[in-house]
Design a protein around this ligand. Structure first.
Ligand code: NAD
Ligand code: ZN
Length: 365
């Protein structure tokens, strides 16, 4: 399946296909134009790197791998410098295509490096986690973390192509797949009730590795993301902000967990979506049954549906303090994604953090 992200002269295709990676050279060789390709990846992705390099070699394209340590800490100034230096050493030119092979960490870091090397070279995303396949590889947000917080230094830099092979998920730990699935469900919750129902029916099969379910979920998710990004590339008119559903609560929980393996991003998002729906009920704009249905699906899948399940017992004041440091905080208010129902999310700029604290007080720890 192919989905196009329509952004004028920055438009690009997303190719989704089981078994794509061993044939990735079909797509990459024309971009290589006979030149050597640089591939950046992390240690855990080595088996897939070997497949990719073999595919390129078979059609006579030489490649050079830059292999980084895995983990969120890799999205750092130090690693950015390292990647940029290595790309320059390899003689990368503006018209060359660097390959980012890995999860969101590699995609974000390499995308940012490519936005500044020679004032911007091209890059191709080959995402290898479910989260990166359905979310981070599409849309052009790139970033690193600093001591001041996550994703505070970065650029919008669209890839030239995204290649998605669901088969690479076979080596991804089940907990990581489940966490990425939270972002899949999110698309249903935002504006697509029918897709949420599809998730309720097919979520377990997807997580068990069903090939058709994977392709459907990924293609549907990237099509949703492509539509949103095309309507609001730089997050200026409120449409792209819809993608932050569950992320304000989720970010606070992740911050409380120290952005560590204690709570993966997707786990924070699942709990955050459940909280956003319950908060919408408290606001009197959403039926309790809808909030309960969202929570029930996360529970059924083994994702957290609130503070207790996420292992967060911090006082509400502490969690709200994390929200105050959210980078979306502007002029003293924090735009919140609320829901009138499943598939009916909207941006609310009137949420009072004191009321959020009172809501969190009533949430079971
Ligand atoms: P990740 O890149 O750290 O990958 C998770 C783990 O899986 C890592 O240990 C990695 O080495 C390993 N791994 C990757 N692919 C594998 C495979 N096929 N088999 C076995 N192991 C594999 O994390 P992630 O969840 O993919 O991405 C999280 C990052 O994405 C965060 O930094 C977040 O800020 C960013 N993000 C960016 C955007 C965006 O729009 N740019 C959107 C959402 C998230
Ligand atoms: Zn997310």
């Amino acid at each position: 399946k192919t989905v196009t992200v329509s952004l004028g002269d920055r438009s690009y295709p997303i190719h989704i296909e089981a078994g794509l990676l061993p044939r990735a050279a079909d797509y990459l060789a024309p971009l290589a134009r006979g030149r050597r390709m640089a591939i950046v990846t992390d240690e855990n992705v080595r088996p897939h790197l070997a497949v990719l390099q073999a595919s390129l070699e078979a059609v006579g394209v030489a490649s050079e791998a830059i292999i980084l340590p895995p983990g969120e800490k890799t999205k750092s100034w130090a690693m950015l410098e390292h990647v940029c230096d290595r790309l320059l050493e390899l003689g990368v030119e503006r018209s060359d295509h660097v390959v980012a092979l890995g999860g969101g960490v590699i995609g974000d870091l390499v995308g940012f490096a490519c936005s500044i090397v020679k004032r911007g070279c091209r890059f191709v995303q080959i995402p290898t986690t479910l989260l990166s396949q359905v979310d981070s590889s599409v849309g052009g947000k790139t970033a690193i973390n600093t001591s001041a917080g996550k994703n505070l230094i970065g650029a919008f830099h669209q890839p030239a192509m995204v290649l998605i092979d669901p088969d690479v998920l076979d080596t991804l730990p089940a907990r990581q797949v489940r966490a990425g699935y939270a972002e899949v469900v999110k698309y249903g919750l935002i504006d697509d009730f029918a897709f949420f129902e599809w998730c309720e029916t097919n979520g377990s099969a997807l997580l068990a590795g069903d090939a058709d379910a994977r392709v459907h979920a990924i293609a549907h998710s990237v099509a949703a993301k492509a539509r949103i990004v095309a309507a609001d590339e730089h997050e200026t008119n409120g449409i792209r902000a819809l993608l932050n559903l569950g992320h304000t609560f989720g970010h606070a929980l992740e911050a409380e967990a120290g952005f560590s393996d204690r709570l993966l991003h997707g786990e924070g998002v699942a709990a955050g979506c459940a909280l956003a729906f319950r908060y919408s009920v408290r606001h009197g704009i959403c039926d309790r049954q809808d909030a309960e249905r969202v929570a029930a699906h996360f529970r059924a899948i083994g994702l957290p549906d609130g503070l207790a399940a996420a292992g967060i017992d911090a006082p509400s004041a502490t969690l709200v303090e994390h929200m105050r440091h959210d980078k979306k905080m502007a002029a003293g208010t924090l735009p919140f994604l609320l829901a009138r129902g499943i598939g009916q999310t909207y941006l609310d700029k009137t949420v009072d953090l004191a009321d959020v604290a009172a809501f969190l007080d009533a949430e079971p720890r």
